[in-house]
Design a protein around this ligand. Structure first.
Ligand SMILES: [Zn+2]
Length: 160
């Protein structure tokens, strides 16, 4: 179930994705929110420099290990503009973070990129549940996914 508070956090993720796009990077943004609803950390994609492991969800997983107890991590939520890739889902699971809420799914992204004619990435688009178990996952959100789709179209319009 996605409530108004979740939508507010997802909108921030989309703003971060837009920031990434404006910086010449792929449009993905994510935030880490505590059990009390406090935004603890934010990040967006940093793969333009050539390191394609620099995803925001991975950065947040590492931030969480350095700055939170195991119990705090288990109760925290990661919000993200696009569903975690397998690398980030695994990192999320390894560090014991809690719920995940995404605006658009990996399946949607794969479909959008195929419509634009972008070659498939070497890493499979797997749903989070095929990578990690025992995790509450909510998404996608139709109207927000549409905004994310536009950002991806803009990215590939600029970069092809
Ligand atoms: Zn990732």
């Amino acid at each position: 179930m996605i409530n108004d508070n979740d939508l507010k956090h997802l909108k921030r993720c989309i703003e971060l994705a837009r920031t990434a796009l404006e910086a010449g990077d792929e449009p993905f943004g994510s935030i880490l929110v505590s059990v009390h609803g406090k935004v603890l950390a934010e990040d967006h994609n940093h793969v333009a420099g050539g390191d394609h492991t620099q995803h925001p969800e991975f950065a947040l997983a590492r931030w969480a290990v350095k700055n939170m107890t195991e119990e705090e991590r288990a109760k925290a939520t990661v919000y993200t503009s696009g569903e975690h890739c397998p690398m980030c889902a695994a990192a999320h699971g390894w560090v014991g973070l809690g719920r995940i809420v995404y605006a658009s799914s990996s399946e949607q992204l794969a479909q959008w990129l195929s419509e634009i004619g972008v070659a498939k990435s070497r890493v499979h688009n797997l749903p989070i549940h095929e990578v990690i178990r025992d995790t509450i996952v909510d998404g996608p959100v139709l109207e927000l996914a549409e905004q994310v789709r536009k950002l991806h179209r803009q990215f590939y319009a600029k970069n092809t």
